[in-house]
Design a protein. Structure first.
Length: 181
């Protein structure tokens, strides 16, 4: 639905039926090209998945406001208390997702919160939200121990993978959304 509104033509239905919550730092510095996350979101949309929060991958603030308006029907400046509404909508997005894909190249309280929400939903609410954390191979040593310390044997719906470039990140996402690896 959103892909059509953005003029993105679906090329395959490989990811059809998947509801992806895309998590990434909006305010923080990731150390990746500005359009990296947006190119990943476009890739997910082109292959048929729904992305519940595409604004997270916006290239800049005007692009982000446009995506929020298209997806949620408002912009933060429309609201008296935007922080509360956005927090509520983000939590609702995680709760509706079948998959969470988190870019963890830089520190972000919000990203950590969203990852933990998905994992808590699995443990305490009987959900089965699959979580993929992606980090550039050069950043792995700086990754939070709270994420790096999660063991798939203990948390079966959690996956941490490194990528070297955009294409390797896309390939990992493809495997995650189709093969669940």
């Amino acid at each position: 639905m959103l892909a059509k509104e953005l003029g993105i033509r679906m090329e395959t239905t490989s990811f059809k039926g998947k509801k992806v919550y895309f998590s990434g730092s909006i305010a923080g510095e990731l150390g990746v090209p500005k359009d990296f996350s947006w190119r990943l979101v476009r890739y997910i949309l082109v292959n048929g998945a729904d992305v519940l929060d595409p604004h997270v991958a916006a290239i800049d603030r005007p692009h982000g406001r446009r995506l929020i308006k298209l997806n949620r029907g408002y912009t933060p400046s429309d609201l008296e208390n935007p922080w509360k509404q956005i927090e509520k909508d983000d939590i609702d997005g995680v709760d509706q997702a079948t998959h969470v894909i988190a870019i963890v190249d830089g520190p972000s309280h919000g990203v950590g919160n969203e990852i933990q929400r998905a994992l808590d939903n699995n443990q305490f609410r009987g959900f089965s939200i699959k979580v993929l954390c992606l980090i550039h191979e050069d950043n792995l040593e700086r990754l939070s121990w709270m994420i790096r310390g999660k063991e798939r044997s203990e948390i079966p719906h959690f996956t941490l993978r490194t990528y070297s470039d955009l294409e390797s990140a896309k390939e990992t996402i493809k495997k995650f959304l189709t093969l669940n690896v």
